[in-house]
Design a protein around this ligand. Structure first.
Ligand code: IMP
Length: 261
């Protein structure tokens, strides 16, 4: 049993240590084990330890590197481009084979992006930026929405998803073929705490057939009215400026800068 005076100090120390260095906590064999180690230190050491932790906290609550929380190679490529202004190394889940699968059980883009960012950051002890995105067609009651990736049944089957979307729109009047992409990006720190979040949208309409080979997912069907071209036809440079992902990250970047070393 820990003495009554020591217990609160220990709690503060371990709480301070978690955000500071979840890695240290992991190496030490978990929070409980750290507490045991500190408990065996004499009580006059504890104030010094406390100050040390506070100093470490100030120095190390910093994003030394960032893990991009997606297994979608297209999204990954776009995120890497958009995060170029950020001067930290960008890693991805392929470098963390231990990253657990995260089920997207949320009913909103916000919930799913938060689920991915918080689960992976906590599991890996890393800063993680995750995003959830999809296509919303108001004339179809918001479909495919959060189910964009699995609309036709099989995860990431873009051709089948696009076919189903065209079928569902077949009887919809021309003037109601508007649609928009949504992207919610969430940054979580190594404790699994959300530190920043932003949303971006990109408005367009659904063409009658796929055109172009750029992009992925619904891009061959997603027409930008001002250009009379789909994202499949437009240069990736245009998508990098106009897309929902670009707009979300444009808002998120200044927030990310605050955590740089
Ligand atoms: P998530 O992995 O659950 O976020 O699903 C994203 C799905 O939304 C993708 O599989 C695509 O079907 C669709 N999607 C999201 N962003 C884009 C985009 O930029 N272009 C085309 N389709 C997209």
């Amino acid at each position: 049993m820990l003495s009554r005076q020591v217990e609160p100090t220990l709690r503060i120390i371990t709480n301070l240590l978690i955000p500071v260095s979840s890695r240290l906590v992991r190496y030490a064999g978990g929070q409980g084990s750290l507490r045991q180690r500190f408990a065996s230190a004499s009580s006059d050491v504890l104030p010094k330890l406390l100050v040390m932790c506070m100093v470490m906290n100030m120095n190390t609550d910093r994003m030394e590197r960032l893990v991009l929380g997606t297994r979608n190679r297209h999204k990954l490529a776009e995120l890497r481009e958009l995060l170029q202004p950020l001067s930290v190394p960008l890693l991805d889940l392929s470098q963390f084979p231990q990253a657990p699968p995260v089920e997207e059980t949320g009913s909103t883009f916000e919930e799913n992006a938060t689920l991915k960012a918080t689960r992976w950051s906590k599991a890996l002890g890393e800063w993680v930026l995750a995003e959830d995105s999809g296509l919303v067609v108001p004339a179809l009651g918001g479909e495919p929405g959060v189910l964009s990736a699995v609309y036709a049944g099989r995860h990431g089957d873009d051709a089948a998803n696009n076919r189903l979307l065209l079928e569902r729109l077949a009887q919809v009047p021309e003037e109601h073929r508007q649609a928009y992409y949504v992207c919610v990006a969430v940054l979580a720190d190594p404790t699994g705490t959300v530190r920043a979040q932003a949303q971006g949208r990109c408005h367009g309409r659904i063409a009658h057939q796929g055109r172009g080979t750029h992009g992925f997912g619904y891009d061959p069907l997603f027409e930008i009215p001002e250009y009379h071209r789909t994202f499949g036809e437009l240069s990736p440079l245009v998508k990098r400026v106009l897309s929902h992902r670009a707009r979300a990250l444009e808002k998120l970047l200044p927030q990310l800068q605050r955590f740089l070393p």
